[in-house]
Design a protein around this ligand. Sequence first.
Ligand code: DC
Length: 225
Amino acid sequence: MRCKSIAIDGPAGAGKSTLARQLAEKLGFLYVDTGAIYRTVALAVLRAGADPADPAQVIPLLEGLDVKMAYGEDGVQRMYLAGEDVSQAIREHRVSGLASKVSAIPEVRAFLLEFQRRQARENDVVMDGRDIGTVVLPHADVKIFLTAAPEARARRRLRELEQRGQEADFDTVLRDIRERDWQDEHRPIAPLKQAADAALLDTTNLNLEQSCDRLLSLVKEKIGL
Ligand code: DC
């Protein structure tokens, strides 16, 4: 039987990963965080001392790139770079901006396309990212575009960073979010945009529980699970 797939796209800080993870748990699907894959490539570029915005420096690195994804017994997705578990390292704030830069390079996106599609061929998935409903899984059973006002997203991201013990201030986080939105929305290939057949879920005025309930009912409406 064909595996089921749920695509969740949207800007940084809209709550995609938390909500997608909860949804996957509820449905018994695999949660695939595709941002983590781009972040791992960005970390590799950083470690190689290359400029993530320069295709001429990034493209030659792709061939030798050893990126792997695995799920622990706890069901949590972990990322490996040349065998090293980099799941924590890729969450550093500076990696976010770098990931956005490398993800604008068409060759990087092409390199990761099959990697992502394979997950959806082999498993029922909830996959989140920027171009899942538009490019990676255009035939996904359900497509959701999850968004929230930039200020709401900045507040959430700040809280997340603080919980991880990382220092940040609201204005910097908001500026970084706006900058990343702009980069992700304006890149020529696979820009962040709502798929024509995606349902819009704006979580600006919803808490986590309310967002999760809305998401679940949207999914149930679509595939009657
Ligand atoms: O979701 P995230 O913040 O972990 O993603 C990091 C960056 O990776 C994001 O700024 C854009 C890029 N990305 C992408 O281009 N396509 C995806 N499917 C997922 C992430």
